[in-house]
Design a protein around this ligand. Structure first.
Ligand code: PLP
Length: 420
């Protein structure tokens, strides 16, 4: 197999880099993302529907459209290849005839970030890096740490003060050097500031889930789009609904849908709806106000139960806005109570336990259907990005503590009678 990568171009200044330059960031330090280009004629030969269907695995079935050049460098935990669940009960509840959940909770570290980090860490191995560093609210770091463990790399994880216990436990156990960073008075993101400081000083390989600091990992999440079209038997849904934190997963999905069409796997593209929490919605605000995607105003005082969406500076917001615009889609913000309601509904109707950040997209669909933006007869795929086990305390607070009795039928019947 041969990657069809050709070169990289900075999304801000347009500087072009060859693949042998081993860059992760633009030398002009302008926080631009080095967008990756491929030779689609080469990719087209290798990635026909039939050939893809004949391959095993998840993310790496699309090797030719990923930026790793030597397949011996692949570091995998069997990520991707997640189910697309037909959700009739939830669809009925929301007033939709054809609703699917792309269940990304099934990834090795229980969030879609594994798709990004398998590529990021494989590229670190290709670059012969020995130390990698993350800046994260938790999921990206937990994933990076797991792949680093597999590859034998040292992993530093700078996380926010409020990172959830589930994510911190994963980090500690997979051996990351975990450091919580205090919030700053300024609009700057403290964990990103720390990441930049150590990368400049020690030359470590940056691998947060933000394109401007590592363009390779960004490519991983586009495989969600490839899988969706294959799972729909090479059809495209009317809508794909995706949560937005930094904007990377949405931007990458769009790349995937665009490339699936270039490869001739499908014709047409879905409308993309991007969902943020209303306590941290810089991308939605920028989209609605028509702000320049390259200078999105940061969000002051982010506050939301959706920890994975708490990115005051959306590093890939430009890619997200472009995707929503080009697709004829929308951006919408949902409240914490709408997110928690959606989390409960998804679990009760379909048995899928999502973390609040992962259920925000469901809350978004509910709102968009009510507003008449998504029509009842349109087909909708919702991406549920992370597992509820990542952040159990938010859920535990919503329910009373289970009752405690002795193992006697009388006690049980008294309790059960009171319940009915
Ligand atoms: C990171 C994350 C997101 C947001 O992804 P971005 O690429 O930052 O937009 C959504 N849901 C979960 C569970 C996440 O971990």
């Amino acid at each position: 197999m041969e990657s069809s990568i050709t070169h990289l171009v900075c999304s801000r200044c347009g500087t072009s880099y060859g693949v042998d330059e081993k860059v992760t960031t633009c030398h002009n330090e302008d926080d631009g993302r080095l967008d990756i280009f491929y030779d689609y004629e080469i990719a087209k030969e290798a990635l026909t529907k039939e050939k893809v269907q004949g391959r095993q695995g998840g993310v790496w079935r699309y090797f030719e459209l990923l930026p790793v050049q030597n397949q011996h460098h692949i570091v995998t935990l069997s990520e991707g290849n997640t189910p697309l669940l037909r959700c009739e009960k939830l669809g009925h509840e929301l007033g939709l005839g054809e609703l699917y959940v792309k269940d990304e909770t099934r990834n090795p570290t229980a969030s879609f970030k594994d798709r990004a980090m398998t590529v990021g860490v494989s590229k670190a191995v290709e670059f012969k890096a020995d130390t990698v560093v993350s800046a994260s609210t938790g999921n990206a770091a937990a994933s990076l740490s797991a792949f680093s463990a597999k590859a034998g790399l040292t992993c530093y994880a700078f996380v926010h003060e409020g990172a959830s216990s589930g994510k911190l436990a994963q980090l500690a156990c997979t051996g990351a050097q975990v450091v919580r960073i205090r919030n700053l008075e300024t609009a700057e993101d403290p964990v990103v500031k720390m990441l930049k400081l150590v990368v400049a000083k020690y030359g470590w390989y940056p691998c947060p889930s933000f394109g401007p600091f590592n363009p390779y990992q960004f490519e991983g999440a586009k495989t969600i789009a490839f899988e969706i079209v294959e799972q729909l038997d090479w059809n495209i849904p009317d809508w794909v609904v995706i949560p937005i934190g930094g904007g990377g997963v949405l931007g990458a999905n769009w790349r995937g849908f665009v490339e699936a069409e270039i490869l001739g796997m499908v014709s047409g593209k879905p409308k993309i709806a991007g969902i943020q929490a209303d306590g941290c919605a810089p991308v939605v605000r920028a989209f609605k106000e028509g702000q320049d995607p390259l200078s999105i105003e940061p969000w002051a005082n982010p506050r939301t139960v959706a920890g994975g969406l708490k990115d005051p500076i959306p590093w890939d917001g430009d890619a997200a806005i472009k995707a929503m615009r080009d697709s004829g889609g929308v951006a919408e913000a949902v409240s914490d109570s709408e997110i928690l309601e959606a989390q409960r509904l998804l679990a009760r109707k379909e048995g899928v336990f999502a973390e609040p950040s992962g259920a925000a997209s469901i809350a978004g669909v509910m709102k968009l259907v009510k507003a008449g933006v998504i029509e009842p007869d349109e087909s909708v795929v919702v991406e549920v990005t992370g597992s509820g086990l990542k952040d159990p305390s938010t859920v535990a607070q919503m329910f009373p503590e289970p009752r405690l009795i002795s193992a006697r039928i009388e006690e049980f019947e008294a309790l059960n009678a009171a319940r009915q």
